[in-house]
Design a protein around this ligand. Structure first.
Ligand SMILES: [Zn+2]
Length: 259
């Protein structure tokens, strides 16, 4: 029997912005549309898996983001010691998903082949593609490769029984989503395959994008993978903390339970 997992979204930062910044071509009803930053925890069958590692306070200050807590502090509130986590999925190498990976010294990092190729290849000559990468994060990941600590995946892969990785691309060349078996059916952590519910529901892509075609196809792929459209968890939508219950009494606004 396949294990069923608990899944948590942990908010660590936020950014006040306008809707026009969240869609290609802007938004005709432009108004405030803030963006939250999350990491995710998957727990079950005696295993713990962290999905993405967030960014540090220093990077937040430089990029004008409001840092609320270190993602490892959010994990600690759920009883997880980052130093002991064995597996971390890096959905893609953008600064808000891969900073802090040095705070997970025991972890194997799971990454798509195409993402490393993208982050180290010719397209990074252009600001429009490299803007959301921090070169020190990319260099740091390369060092982990030389330490033998990065496990590469080429397309879809089963990570644990009931937990699988799925190459989506679009936003970046090697963006991957995570599908997880839970008591309410298969949940898909979309990460930036869809920043907000609105991106995928209205097929209106987010403007930071490698391939618009792959991004729009990715919305369909997410729906194929999830038990229902409501089982897809967007990467940055504040509605996630409204639609799902807090993971505990003191965790309102910090961590939501998604399963
Ligand atoms: Zn992101």
């Amino acid at each position: 029997m396949t294990a069923l997992y608990e899944v948590y979204a942990i908010k660590y930062a936020q950014h006040a912005r306008r809707a026009a910044e969240n869609f290609i071509g802007g938004d005709p009803h432009d108004g405030p549309m803030p963006l939250d930053y999350f990491v995710w925890l998957v727990r079950g069958g005696g295993r713990e898996l962290v999905v993405d590692t967030g960014f540090s306070g220093a990077v937040a200050a430089r990029r004008g983001r409001e840092h609320l807590r270190c993602p490892t502090e959010g994990l600690r509130l759920l009883g997880v010691d980052a130093a002991k986590v064995r597996d971390v999925v890096i959905t893609h190498l953008h600064y808000d998903h891969v900073g802090n990976f040095d705070l997970f010294p025991a972890a194997t990092l799971h990454l798509q082949d195409l993402e490393m190729r993208y982050a180290t290849g010719r397209h990074m000559r252009h600001e429009c593609f490299r803007g959301a990468f921090e070169v020190e994060d990319v260099v740091g990941m390369l060092r982990r490769v030389y330490e033998g600590r990065v496990q590469f995946h080429d397309g879809d892969a089963e990570l644990l029984p009931g937990v699988s990785l799925h190459l989506i691309g679009g936003h970046t060349m090697g963006l991957q989503a995570v599908r997880i078996a839970t008591r309410r059916g298969a949940i898909v952590l979309a990460s930036d395959a869809s920043h907000f519910y609105a991106n995928m529901e209205q097929a209106r892509p987010f403007p930071i994008v490698w391939s618009v075609g792959d991004m729009v196809e990715g919305y369909r792929r997410l729906r194929q993978l999830a038990a229902s459209p409501a089982h897809i968890i967007p990467g940055h939508d504040p509605l996630v903390l409204e639609r799902y219950p807090p993971a505990g009494g003191e965790l309102e606004g910090i961590a939501a339970r998604l399963d």
